[in-house]
Design a protein around this ligand. Structure first.
Ligand code: UCC
Ligand code: FAD
Length: 586
């Protein structure tokens, strides 16, 4: 009989082999593209050392807090033991710590201090990019906080929002406020113009009281919010549609008896992901508020918030992709199958390489939008830059949101069964990615937004798009290793030009049907040009060139391909509907 010690399984010993876990390292040092991008555009020593230190802090300290946020989700206590309404949303200690950290690290304020001029947004967003996948979704309140600060700045920093602006953009943890963004009601989150029922009743002192039901309010532990409502006139009537909507600022605070002023928290939503963060349904029952837009300009005035939160959304998408790739490549150096490490299986590494290409493209798209935003905010944007920012914001949001789900899902598979196990922390990445294509405008709604901004600019956004893409390609004209990629993008641009013409003149009825493919084409072509541009920079690596070549091998202009196939012909919607609602019995 073998000696007890050599028996591999017993109640005292559950086998000899234990798989090493994937290790999260300093995400700044681990990310060649991020480091390259920052060295190229923002080589200041203070920035690089801050990002490096923060990357280390995220791995060594913050990531655990993020996990704590997931395992200790918020809870709503509606009543005290004696039956009095209290509406307390209890959040974890880790969630609260994230708030302090966010202020101290300047995760919002960097964008407003503007110490690095036009590159301040790139700096801020690079830091958020490192933070995002470990933040326990604290990036959600930060996105709305940033968006609210942007709206206030654009409308003018004066009473009654001056104090709020200072608090939203402070580095002092004790003063820092976060903001909500309450736009969605029961009837519509996309169609805000028809879905908003909330009314604003004017008060003698010029303020308002809001009455309505906000169906989705995220990070509801916020200190203030921006929200939409319809002003009631003296006869009690309101104006319907978008023209009836105005923008309001409200503080979320309690009266002397401890009750929320004018708000009842009806419930916390039970969500697929984003569980770290409270998302509530709120009854507004006389919420004191100030109108901060011109009457009837609510949607146009909150659009600045949408721009910022959509950029944050894109950043989170790219950040989730980067995180799963970093963990997957580390794991491939620790896990063996069929006699060798996963990293030595070419098919596995091919899979990781494809994820890496997607991640790099997403990163450059996001940083491009941040670059343009930075120019706009420092007053040096050309007309072309402004048009490009308007066009690319929804394009990048919708594209990266979708790709994040695909890449993170693939990433989970690279851990095998462990990718499906909750306490590894991996499944949460996928759950949280799924929301990125829903909130802040769904894929289709943003695709239609692209069409609208093309039509409303009389084609100027396309002019900006084509001329900037071509100028990026021109910079790489002497680099022969990149020429297949350059040719591919040129070819795709020529095809796109035909569809663009239709979109500008609005003469073609197929455009709505082509909207999603058009947006994808805009994203893929632009990402191709950015990858080429980055690969032609003097500090670029062979991996940068390889990424550009690989990216440009795909169909860069699916809208032209599908148009040629007849997918947008007038009969197609009927066929689609017949397929979707097929009732044929056999
Ligand atoms: O979902 C939410 C989540 C909160 C959590 C935060 C997460 C952040 C990321 C964190 C990562 C971890 S908050 C709710 C978000 N809701 C949406 O995104 C709404 C989606 N629906 C749309 O975007 C629609 O297209 C609407 C609501 C904007 C359509 O409204 P209208 O009123 O029908 O549209 P109009 O008439 O076209 O636009 C009214 C005005 C126009 O200005 P004028 O009158 O000057 O021409 C438009 O040009 O608003 C202007 N406008 C815009 N301007 C509309 N959209 C934009 C835009 N995107 N940029 C600039
Ligand atoms: P609908 O508008 O009903 O859309 C349903 C489907 O129809 C989608 O696939 C959409 O793409 C499609 N569709 C709609 N219109 C068209 C069209 N014209 N053409 C083609 N397709 C179309 N909102 C806030 O205001 N504040 C928050 O803090 C907030 N937090 C949220 C948190 C979470 C976790 C979630 C999931 C949502 C949150 N939302 C918030 C709401 C979110 O913004 C909306 O759910 C979203 O904008 C979609 O609106 P909807 O739910 O009404 O969907």
């Amino acid at each position: 009989e073998p000696a007890f010690d050599s028996v591999p399984f017993s109640s005292a010993k559950i086998g000899c082999f234990f798989q090493e876990r994937p290790v999260l390292k300093n995400s700044f040092l681990e990310d060649a593209l991020l480091r390259g991008y920052v060295s190229r555009h923002l080589p200041q020593e203070a920035v690089i050392s801050d990002l490096c230190a923060f990357g280390g802090r995220v791995a060594d300290e913050i990531d655990v807090w993020g996990r704590d946020c997931e395992v200790s989700p918020p809870q709503l206590v509606q009543y005290d033991p004696w039956g009095r309404r209290v509406d307390h949303i209890h959040t974890s200690a880790a969630w609260k710590r994230m708030k302090d950290l966010s202020a101290q690290e300047g995760l919002v304020s960097i964008g407003y201090e503007r110490h690095y001029g036009e590159w301040s947004r790139v700096y801020q967003m690079s830091k958020l990019f490192l933070f995002s996948p470990s933040s326990g979704l604290y990036t959600c309140p930060l996105a709305m906080t940033d968006g609210a600060a942007k709206v206030i700045e654009s409308l003018g920093i004066s009473w009654p929002v001056e104090k709020a602006f200072n608090r939203l953009t402070t580095r002092k943890a004790e003063d820092f406020w976060t903001s909500g963004q309450w736009m969605t009601e029961r009837q519509g989150g996309s169609d805000v113009a028809n879905g908003t029922e909330t009314v604003a009743v004017p008060q003698m002192d010029g303020s308002y009281k809001l009455y309505g039901y906000k169906w989705f309010t995220s990070a509801t532990d916020a200190d203030m919010t921006l929200t939409l409502a319809r002003v009631q006139d003296a006869s009690g009537s309101t104006t319907s549609g978008s023209r009836g909507l105005s923008l309001f600022y409200a503080e979320v605070c309690r009266d002397e008896s401890g009750q929320l002023k004018g708000i009842e928290v009806q419930k916390l939503k039970d969500k697929l992901g984003t569980r770290q963060m409270p998302t509530a349904e709120l009854l507004l029952d006389g919420l004191p508020a100030y109108r901060i837009s011109v009457e009837g300009r609510g949607v146009a005035s909150i659009a600045n918030m949408l721009t910022i939160t959509r950029i944050h959304n894109s950043l989170s998408a790219a950040g989730a992709m980067r995180r799963v790739v970093q963990l997957a490549r580390d794991y491939a150096t620790r896990r063996r199958a069929f006699g060798k490490l996963l990293k030595d299986h070419p098919l596995h590494v091919q899979t990781l390489a494809r994820m890496e290409v997607e991640t790099r493209a997403a990163f450059l798209l996001v940083m491009e939008v941040c670059r343009l935003l930075g120019k706009e905010e420092t007053g040096i944007a050309t007309e072309l830059d402004t048009h490009l920012l308007r066009l690319l914001t929804p394009v990048v949001k919708l594209y990266t949101g979708k790709q994040a789900v695909a890449v993170v899902s693939e990433g989970l598979e690279s851990f095998g069964g462990q990718g499906y196990i909750e306490d590894t922390g991996l499944p949460g990445l996928l759950r949280d990615a799924q929301v990125l294509s829903i909130w802040e405008g769904t894929t289709n709604v943003l695709s239609l937004d692209v069409l609208r901004c093309v039509a409303r600019s009389a084609g100027m956004v396309f002019h900006a798009y084509f001329s900037h893409t071509k100028s990026l390609l021109a910079g790489a004209s002497g680099v022969c290793t990149l020429s297949p990629a350059v040719q591919a993008v040129h070819g795709a641009l020529s095809k796109l030009e035909l569809v663009a013409q239709d979109a500008i003149t609005k003469e073609s009825s197929y455009l709505d049907l082509a909207a999603r493919d058009l947006a994808y084409s805009l994203a893929r072509i632009y990402a191709g040009a950015l990858l080429i541009d980055h690969a032609s920079w003097k500090g670029a690596s062979p991996a940068d060139t390889y990424t550009a070549l690989r990216w440009c091998e795909q169909d860069l202009c699916p809208v032209a391909t599908n148009k040629e196939k007849g997918w947008y012909n007038p009969g197609t919607p009927l066929h689609d509907a017949a397929l979707v609602y097929d009732q044929q019995t056999h």
